[in-house]
Design a protein. Structure first.
Length: 76
């Protein structure tokens, strides 16, 4: 299955992305900082540049996904 994970560079989102990848799922991570994400995530995770505050970037990253794990916290 294909899943989108937001917050994949954080503690919970990273664990979710790794678990999904380890069990053989296709994982797309919506990330703001691709360099940071590449250091933190397994090689098989696809990086989708974007931001959770930009709906179009979420729609684009979620294209074809069967589920979304929203592990992103928003702070003001």
């Amino acid at each position: 299955m294909k899943f989108l994970v937001t917050g994949a560079t954080g503690k919970i989102g990273n664990a979710v992305a790794r678990r999904l990848a380890n069990r053989g799922d296709e994982v797309v991570a919506l990330v703001r900082d691709q360099a940071k994400a590449r250091e933190l995530l397994p090689a098989g995770v696809e990086l989708a540049p974007g931001d959770v505050t930009q709906p179009e970037s979420i729609r684009k990253a979620a294209d074809g996904a069967e589920g979304v794990f929203n592990c992103m916290g928003l702070f003001e």
